[in-house]
Ligand binder design. Structure first.
Ligand code: BGC
Length: 269
């Protein structure tokens, strides 16, 4: 059984580091040409390093700077991608940020920034991707589906998270966005799913794993007793984007080492 994304073009948002970079590498490894989206000047070098790793391994791709919370920039990213590569087959809606604060101290800027990238960004990219899928139609030389969207959500799609109301709200909403799109475009053969990562070792949660004490307390929440790696998410993303997953749509798949079994109940309740 080979996971093949040959002849397909994937846009991966937030791909200069963390989970996004892991997904970009996995998709390229399966044969896709990958747009490595990054948000700002500050992440140019990181994005180029991801591209270099991909091309050194024989893959193809391009870096593209665009803030996914900005409508004009998202529209332009899809236009430029289609004019350069012909179409888009796969969208990995991954870009995400945290701006943590105790709820009564959370500023409107912190709220808006997180909703803007994590939720509005996924809306804008999904809208442009679906328009392009429908314009192209099904092309069996690429895939038996008309297009695939994978939202990167979180275990906090279902686990409430004190001190992170903006983040948890954005992830809870992604579930309804994903399921609504799967319902609305199922007949057009567009598949829409979410991956819900648990604790994955990336810059976003460095405080939770960079000291032995922090890592120890994190592991108390993970029955499988290890932190996840970007590759763990990349493996599933490549499978879900491929025709092997053709009957999977409208669902959230948790990749969390068992975090959503609520480990704290193993000795209580
Ligand atoms: C968050 C991480 C956190 C993990 C598990 C993720 O969605 O971005 O900071 O470690 O969930 O709580």
């Amino acid at each position: 059984m080979e996971i093949s994304l040959r002849n397909q073009l994937a846009v991966v948002t937030g791909a200069s580091s963390g989970i996004g970079s892991g997904i970009a590498k996995s998709l390229a490894n399966a044969g896709a040409t990958v747009i490595i989206n990054h948000s700002s000047e500050r992440s140019v070098e990181e994005a180029q390093a991801v591209l270099k790793e991909i091309t050194d391994a024989g893959g193809r791709g391009m870096t593209y700077q665009c803030d996914v919370s900005k409508e004009d920039q998202v529209i332009k990213m899809f236009q430029d991608t289609v004019s350069q590569f012909g179409t888009v087959d796969i969208l990995i809606n991954n870009a995400g940020i945290q701006k943590d604060a105790k709820f009564t101290e959370m500023t409107l800027d912190q709220w808006n920034a997180v909703i803007g990238v994590n939720l509005t960004g996924q809306f804008l990219c999904a809208r442009e991707a679906i328009k392009e899928f429908l314009r192209r139609g099904i092309d069996p030389s690429r895939s038996i589906a008309c297009g695939k969207i994978i939202h990167i959500s979180s275990v906090h799609e279902i686990i409430p998270w004190a001190g992170h109301a903006n983040y948890a709200s954005s992830k809870g909403a992604i579930r309804m966005l994903m399921q609504t799109l799967a319902q609305e475009y199922g007949a057009d053969k567009i598949r829409v799913n979410s991956i819900c990562p648990g604790a994955i070792q990336t810059p976003i949660n460095k405080d939770a794993w960079s000291t032995p004490e922090a890592l120890n307390s994190l592991l108390n929440l993970i029955p499988y007793n290890r932190i996840g790696l970007p590759q763990d998410i990349g493996n599933l993303a490549a499978f879900l984007a491929s025709d092997l997953a053709d009957y999977i749509t409208g669902t959230s798949i948790f990749v969390d080492g068992g975090m959503t079994t609520f480990e704290s109940f193993s000795t209580g309740g």
